[in-house]
Design a protein around this ligand. Structure first.
Ligand SMILES: [Zn+2]
Length: 257
């Protein structure tokens, strides 16, 4: 008997490869990149993630939460050829008012600007001290939300890079977006499934026909991933690696930092 899940996976693989072939036919290689959020310390899940990145030779941007991060993570990443560190806010604390129906954000409109910027500076300095050259001065706001005011001020405090989730933002220098997060956050954090993942890629590639320059960002959260999630990332790597319609440039180059 054939396994329906492996059939779905095979269909996903075929569809992704066919999409890329349509770009390759036009002489276009779409750029891919990978961001993973919420690291503070070494864990087996982080090891597994790094194994995949290293196995395929692609950079992974680890959005590290500065307040919780320490020497153990710095020691674990020491010598890693593909691990790059980005700044995930300061402490991943919500400051919006849930009772009023506001969505969670650490860097949202409720913040006192001076206080928020002081925290971000402390975070940047800590990551620089811990990770040195491995750190790219790019801000990844917790929950992918940031007020316009804080976003505008961030380059002035040494954080010129910015990355959130969605293609619905204006292009800007040093801005690198993520577009596909394969976790069902409201349903026990399960994998969205191969068919859903395929539909999301359909939409992403639809956008790329008009704008092939924008890199496609994959988003993971190693701390809540199960085997299905890891399989998804492996499958995307497997298809894109060496495909004439895809490339995985260095993350520093993509951020332009
Ligand atoms: Zn986060």
């Amino acid at each position: 008997m054939s396994d329906p899940r492996s059939e779905e996976r095979a269909r996903f693989r075929t569809a992704l490869s066919a999409h890329l072939a349509r770009f390759a036919d036009r002489g276009i290689r779409l750029s891919f990149w990978w961001r993973d959020d919420d690291a503070i310390e070494p864990t087996p899940a982080l090891d597994r993630l790094l194994d995949i990145a290293n196995g395929y030779g692609v950079d992974i941007g680890l959005a590290v939460i500065p307040k919780g991060a320490g020497d153990a993570l710095a020691a674990r990443l020491d010598g890693e050829p593909h691990a790059v560190v980005l700044q995930h806010g300061w402490q991943h604390k919500n400051h919006q008012i849930r009772e009023e129906g506001e969505k969670a954000a650490e860097l949202g409109i409720r913040r006192d600007m001076d206080e928020a910027l002081r925290e971000l500076i402390a975070g940047r300095e800590k990551l620089e001290a811990l990770f040195g050259e491995r750190f790219i001065p790019a801000l990844v706001p917790p929950w992918n939300r940031i007020s316009d005011e804080i976003a505008a001020a961030a380059p002035g405090i040494g954080l010129p890079g910015l990355s959130t989730f969605t293609s619905n933002v204006e292009k800007a220098p040093h801005r690198l977006q993520t577009h596909l997060d394969p976790i069902k956050w409201k349903r026990e954090r399960r994998f969205i499934g191969w068919e859903s993942a395929q539909r999301r890629f359909d939409e992403i590639f639809e956008h790329r026909f008009g704008d092939p320059e924008e890199p496609i960002g994959l988003l993971s959260h190693h701390l809540v991933m199960d085997d299905d999630h890891f399989a998804f990332f492996e499958e995307v790597m497997e298809v894109t690696m060496g495909h004439p319609g895809a490339q995985w440039p260095s993350l520093r180059g993509l951020f332009g930092l």
